[in-house]
Design a protein around this ligand. Structure first.
Ligand SMILES: [Zn+2]
Length: 353
């Protein structure tokens, strides 16, 4: 497969040894400051195999601007006529029945050509948020009960978010993923099984990325956004180059809710709002997998509104094409488990007394 030159972004840069590397790999100057904290991220979801259902269910040197504001609320500004073919399917804007809702302040569209990085903790090229603006992102779903609870909270406040589902979770709970799609949120991907890709051989790590994309796309029933987030934010230059070649944007974060270790909703709200007050804006990381996170979302939204913060919704200019080989791998894994349940019930179970 053709390889692009590495995209070397200014700032300190740690050479990466993929195998066994425990270190973080940041492209930006903020890396050294954030690595210690971020290193603890997502420990509760590092291994997902134990979560399997019990039943048989199965930086470019001189890049052009890529972040483009396309709409502003409350006015339903029509999209300007695009000269190029719009590959992203049109999604009707959800109806908002709450006049006092927080709402989406503006929608930005990302041209992911060349694989830009977003989120100032690792990427500093695209500082597109204005003071007071936040982006809501949710990782590690889809998950029963908790993901629908997050969706309900977002809907109640008429806000939209970006979701990064795990491939395996999508195959276990496709109906939940479809709810996320139906609600008009942006859906990217977050690997097949949430491994720390920086500690895996390059081919295995690439497979994790692509299989995750195929699984989420297949279960969503529609092409997804070319948006990706590394588990635990652990990347390597090789994988970043792969994403660049695939024109997939990498999402980092600005504000870590720390819901991997804060399990009380009230404390989680305080964690988010305290960090937000300090930074003034940013991409917020939460996990729709956790019940405490889902429980905290309504109050986080309340406090965002009370604090005068504005929610920015991010969507992609184009959709992401899956790779057929990985589609086949996923399809092979989600085949229904063969059982003897195909026989009519009367042939199997009879009242005899
Ligand atoms: Zn994750």
């Amino acid at each position: 497969m053709r390889k692009l030159p590495f995209l070397i972004v200014a700032g300190s840069f740690t050479a990466v040894v993929a195998a066994g590397a425990g270190a973080w790999h940041f492209f930006g100057p903020a890396g050294a400051q954030t690595s210690a904290k971020a290193d603890k991220g997502e420990i509760t979801t590092a291994s997902i195999d134990t979560r399997a259902p019990k039943s048989n269910s199965t930086a470019p040197a001189e890049p052009p601007p890529r972040v483009q504001a396309v709409a502003a609320a409350p006015a339903a500004a029509p999209m300007p006529a695009a000269p190029a073919v719009e590959k992203r399917p049109a999604i009707a804007k959800p109806v908002c029945n709450n006049p006092n809702a927080l709402g989406v302040s503006r929608t930005v569209q990302i041209d992911t050509t060349g694989g830009p990085g977003l989120g100032l903790s690792q990427y500093r090229d695209y500082d597109f948020l204005q003071p007071g603006e936040v982006v809501l992102t949710f990782d590690d779903g889809p998950w029963p009960v908790t993901t629908p609870a997050v969706l309900a909270a977002l809907s109640a406040q008429c806000v939209q978010a970006v979701f990064f589902p795990i491939g395996k979770h999508a195959t276990w709970h496709p109906a939940v993923l479809k709810q996320v799609i139906a609600a008009g949120h942006t859906v990217g991907s977050h690997t097949w099984s949430h491994k720390n890709l920086a500690s895996r051989p390059a081919q295995e790590a690439t497979d994790e990325i692509e299989k995750g994309i195929s699984a989420v796309s297949m279960m969503a029933g529609t092409p997804i956004a070319p948006f990706f987030r590394f588990p635990q934010l652990r990347q390597t230059p090789e994988l970043k180059a792969h994403l660049a070649e695939r024109n997939i944007a990498t999402f980092s974060i600005d504000i870590d809710s720390q819901d991997f270790k804060i399990h009380k909703p009230d404390a989680l709200v305080t964690s988010v709002m305290t960090q937000l007050k300090k930074k003034g804006k940013g991409i917020i990381l939460l996990h729709d997998l956790h019940k405490w996170s889902a429980a905290a979302v309504p109050e986080i939204l309340n406090q965002l509104k009370a604090g005068g913060y504005k929610v920015v919704f991010i969507r992609a200019k184009d959709t992401l094409a899956t790779l057929p080989d990985y589609d086949a791998m996923v399809a092979a894994e989600v085949q229904p488990v063969k059982t003897s349940n195909a026989r009519p019930i009367s042939n199997v179970i009879q009242t005899v007394d």
